[in-house]
Design a protein around this ligand. Structure first.
Ligand code: FAD
Length: 332
């Protein structure tokens, strides 16, 4: 048995029946055996998008721990870097910025590991990782094969990829990124633009942008080491333009982002309008500074999490006729 409390940022106290580390490609055989013998298996990275729903996990956890990064090709204006799945994402992004490479700087300070970054196509401040992934190297634990999934076959979409809901037999062991040597600051996101203007920042470098994003995030998001959480608990819902115009008639201040044919609504705004922001429900609540983040005030159980998640979904549906979808991985 292994206690997983320190292996998930929400801080759920859960005992796993079996806990096996994947440290390098030499461990493929070991994990294939675990896969074939286990009735239930979960691949765990940094546990920052994972919520265990029960106090025991009656199966096997494969904890990804392989490390290393290599520049596999370099052109005049770009560089391709192969990174092991167990590398810390935030450290890797900072390292790329220190080298002067650009393309990931707006994704600075996101918790978790490199191997999980394609799983939900992590995104923040106007960037998504899918735009920088060339391919993903996977090991199929069922067939023991290793193969490469090229970007086009990853099925990337908003907070989604082929691994989000299926292909669970594929362990991602390396990700290859294509980064630029030239830097063009991405200031599309209002919070970054405002920060740059207010602080009269000029001559932005990738590393400067990494610092700016880190500072903005630290001022808004609860630190999981202080207050357990899994980041955004719900996805921003996408609705039709017609439905948006109907809601806007009643709620002119509604926060939304234009998409090609649809509207993406701010789930945080919807949740706040339903009165959840900063409210405590036993050991859980929606954070006082960011209503989209469910937090653990201490001793939260999976049941507490589900109860609040269902209540939030119900109230948002009732008030706006909009369905919220949970972003975090809920593990039974
Ligand atoms: C404070 C905070 C802020 C956050 N901000 C953001 C944000 O701005 N944008 C954003 O997109 N996300 C954000 N998140 C969510 C989270 O950081 C990301 O989803 C991250 O990529 C999860 O990485 P992880 O290693 O912790 O994944 P885990 O929680 O360990 O796993 C997540 C999923 O990936 C799978 N997985 C993990 N590693 C592998 C692998 N090697 N092979 C196959 N499958 C694997 C797991 O089985 C699971 O399905 C935030 C979370 C927190 C706590």
């Amino acid at each position: 048995m292994k206690n997983l409390k320190s292996f998930n940022t929400f801080g759920i106290d859960c005992q796993a029946r079996e806990f096996v580390e994947f440290n390098s490609e030499n461990d493929f055989e070991k994990i294939d055996k675990v896969y074939s013998e286990s009735s239930k298996l979960y691949v765990l990275g940094g546990g920052s998008n994972t919520v265990f729903l029960s106090d025991s996990f009656e199966g096997s956890i494969i904890k990804v721990e392989n490390t290393g990064k290599t520049i596999i090709s370099e052109e005049v204006d770009s560089v391709a870097i192969e990174v092991s799945a167990g590398e810390n994402w935030a450290d890797f992004v900072r390292w790329t910025c220190q080298q002067g490479y650009s393309g990931l700087e707006n994704l600075a300070a996101i918790p978790g590991q490199v191997g999980a970054s394609p799983v939900q196509n992590i995104g923040a401040y106007g960037m998504q990782v899918a735009d920088r992934i060339l391919w993903v190297e996977v090991h199929n634990m069922k067939t023991s094969d290793n193969y490469r999934i090229m970007n086009n076959d990853c099925e990337f979409a908003y907070r989604y990829s082929r691994w989000k809901t299926s292909h669970k037999e594929e362990l991602i062991y390396k990700v290859v990124f294509l980064l630029d040597k030239q830097f063009q600051a991405n200031l599309d996101y209002a919070a970054i633009k405002t920060y740059v203007e207010q602080n009269s920042i000029r001559d932005i470098t990738p590393l400067k942008m990494c610092d700016i994003v880190t500072e903005i995030r630290n001022s808004k998001l609860p630190d999981p080491k202080v207050l357990g959480n899994a980041g955004s608990f719900f996805k921003n819902p996408e609705i039709s333009e017609e439905q948006f115009l109907e809601i806007e008639k009643q709620y002119p201040q509604i926060v939304s982002f234009s998409q090609e044919n649809t509207r993406k609504l701010s789930a945080a705004w919807l949740i706040e309008q339903c009165g959840f922001k900063g409210e405590k429900y036993d050991s859980v609540g929606m954070h006082a500074k960011q209503a989209l983040v469910m937090v653990n005030y201490g001793g939260a159980t999976g049941k507490d999490v589900l109860n609040l998640a269902n209540l939030v979904k119900e109230k948002v549906k009732e008030k706006f006729d909009v369905s919220l979808e949970i972003e975090a991985h809920l593990v039974q």
